[in-house]
Design a protein around this ligand. Structure first.
Ligand code: FAD
Length: 398
């Protein structure tokens, strides 16, 4: 009998293409399927350090990452009149990470990873899995638009709302831990206020806006607001999402009116709930999950992409080590990575409230804490050790 080699990877975000890259490198035959008609490129800037940085280095992506990314030197928190009320400089990161970090648009990171595997990996855009039927000889997969096909394994990498997770493991609400916030990101062309190499943000009770200047006279904007219930499932339409954001932020000062004018014009709005996915087990038979689909740390953790990349590398590496024996590979992947991400999720859940404190006093306190973060030890304490990755990823060669 031939060794299990044919792997369907569902979702071309960050985890999916990283997994496809390594599976192909390790001698498997991955097929990548993405529901969107083309690679999705929206999102805010994310900071890549620690494990994510290490995996990017192994993939040979560092030069492109540094060229495409940004060196952010400052987080500046301002009041309604634009006066500095808190924040810290890059020394906080440099003390712990040296120059092993880079800030990059989430869409640019996804594109770089996808381009690294695109020529060697069969990719299907504009289709998705509607049924999986597992049996002794493999997994029969039915698609929305193409003929059914048999694979040896199926990996769900469809993000926070992973359909493979829903098909095989159960409905989203069994695994979702909503953290009480929603977040949105979009870009504006020719926005008049610019500060190079800085995140500049303003908070009102339960709300936070942040902007960052990009090359090409673009600006990327990130909005967070507290919301007792998660509106994401009922709010699929961009127009509805824009209305919610306008209504939520319309009374805020600083540059918020200008930013909302940019929201009206934007065509790349990303909007989602700030939720975590917590699961006891990430695999069932020949089907496994990776990335946000099974261990989403939340949009405010700043580590979703790094964890997705590390998880994908470990999953591919364990499949290589086990020579395609998915049972032991999936078990080893979980044993190695599950405790690590569980700790990251606990810290991220604690820190979520600091992004958009719900009271004026909470904002004041948060701003004061960011001031003392110029002292590296205090920064590490304030961030719950989030800047340290206490996991040594095995080397699988290749
Ligand atoms: C457009 C976008 C913008 C984002 N912006 C931010 C941000 O600003 N900050 C942040 O921290 N995180 C952001 N995220 C989430 C971040 O990318 C993830 O936390 C992290 O990178 C983990 O990646 P992932 O591959 O597991 O999930 P994702 O990056 O969410 O990728 C999942 C992919 O699977 C696809 N997919 C979903 N269902 C199906 C299906 N049925 N069949 C095939 N494909 C499917 C989706 O279209 C998506 O491309 C964003 C995600 C997306 C999709």
């Amino acid at each position: 009998m031939s060794k299990p080699r044919k792997v369907l990877v569902c979702g071309a975000g960050v985890a999916g293409p990283t997994l496809a890259f390594w599976l192909e490198r390790f001698g498997f035959e991955p097929t990548l399927i993405e529901r969107a008609p083309a690679l999705r490129t929206g999102g805010y800037i994310i900071d890549v350090w620690g494990l994510g940085f290490d995996i990017a280095e192994k993939m040979g992506l560092l030069p492109a990452l540094r060229e495409t990314g940004y060196k952010i030197n400052e987080l500046r928190l301002v009041d309604g009149k634009g006066r500095r009320r808190g924040g810290f400089g890059a020394r906080v990161f440099e003390a712990g990470l040296g120059d092993r970090y880079v800030s990059i648009l989430r869409g640019d990171l996804a594109k770089l990873i996808y381009e690294a595997c695109a020529r060697r990996v069969r990719t299907i855009f504009g289709d998705s899995v509607i049924a999986v039927d597992e049996h002794a000889a493999g997994v029969d997969v039915a698609f929305a638009h193409r003929r059914p096909e048999r694979f040896d394994m199926v990996i769900g990498a469809g993000g926070l709302h992973s359909p493979i997770r829903a098909l095989v493991f159960g409905p989203e609400n069994r695994f979702e831990k909503y953290l009480g916030y929603c977040a949105a990101a979009f870009t504006i062309d020719d926005y008049p206020h610019r500060d190079a190499h800085a995140y500049v943000g303003h908070a009102a009770p339960g709300r936070q806006v942040m902007r960052c200047a990009l090359r090409g006279n673009r600006t990327v904007v990130f909005l967070v607001f507290s919301s007792p219930t998660t509106p994401s499932r009922s709010l699929q339409e961009t127009a509805e999402q824009k209305k919610i954001l306008r209504d939520t932020f319309r009374r805020d000062s600083w540059e918020v009116p200008d930013l909302l004018a940019g929201l009206d014009q934007c065509t790349d709005l990303y909007f989602d709930a700030v939720s975590q996915i917590r699961m006891d087990s990430w695999s069932r038979g020949r089907v496994a999950l990776v990335g946000d689909a099974c261990f989403c740390p939340s949009l405010l953790a700043g580590q979703g992409s790094a964890l997705a990349m590390a998880g994908a590398y470990i999953l591919a590496g364990e499949l290589k080590s086990a020579d395609g024996d998915y049972r032991s590979a999936f078990a080893n992947y979980e044993a190695l990575f599950h405790p690590f991400v569980a700790r990251k999720q606990r810290v991220a859940a604690r820190l979520a409230a600091s992004f958009a404190p719900r009271t004026r006093f909470g904002i004041f306190l948060r701003n004061e804490i960011t001031r003392v973060m110029t002292v590296p030890l205090l920064a590490d304490w304030a961030m719950g050790g989030l800047l340290r990755d206490r996991l040594v990823v095995p080397s699988y060669g290749g």
